[in-house]
Design a protein around this ligand. Structure first.
Ligand SMILES: [Zn+2]
Length: 143
């Protein structure tokens, strides 16, 4: 099931183009008891990233232990929008996060994962990385 959810996030991420540019097109799925309760993708610069887009859909709902699937490591720095990693870290409803690929952007690059782990979240990296890379790699910062 985990692969299916990540591939669903990948499908979502394609909807981000072209409005999201120059930000990378990222997709996100939130799951409760093996059922998708929210999906999101990167909106235009300054608007919601994929994670915030999905969290926004369930902002008034009560859950115990949600799983989040996101194609790229959540951002750890405050740019045009607040850091997604902090928003997830501070949301007690989310217990587990699957990240497909680590963000090569030097301001992030593992820092987003650290924030989540320090907040006590269970973090998995690398799910469906080949499939996600094939689409996302071209939009990520090189070197
Ligand atoms: Zn973000």
């Amino acid at each position: 099931m985990d692969e299916i959810f990540m591939l669903t996030a990948l499908i979502q991420s394609r909807k981000a183009l072209p409005e999201c540019l120059p930000n990378p097109p990222v997709g996100c799925v939130i799951v409760d008891c093996e059922k998708i309760v929210a999906t999101g993708y990167t909106r235009a610069p300054g608007k919601h990233h994929a994670e915030a887009d999905a969290l926004n859909q369930i902002r008034d709902q009560v859950f115990d232990c949600l799983k989040m699937y996101v194609t790229l490591e959540p951002c750890s720095f405050h740019g045009r929008t607040p850091a997604c990693a902090l928003a997830i870290a501070q949301d007690p409803r989310i217990s587990e996060i699957y990240v497909s690929i680590v963000d090569p952007e030097p301001r992030n690059n593992g820092k987003g994962l650290d924030i989540l782990r320090k907040a006590g979240k269970i973090v998995h990296v690398g799910l469906c990385a080949d499939e996600v890379n094939a689409f996302l790699q071209q939009y990520l910062l090189k070197g």
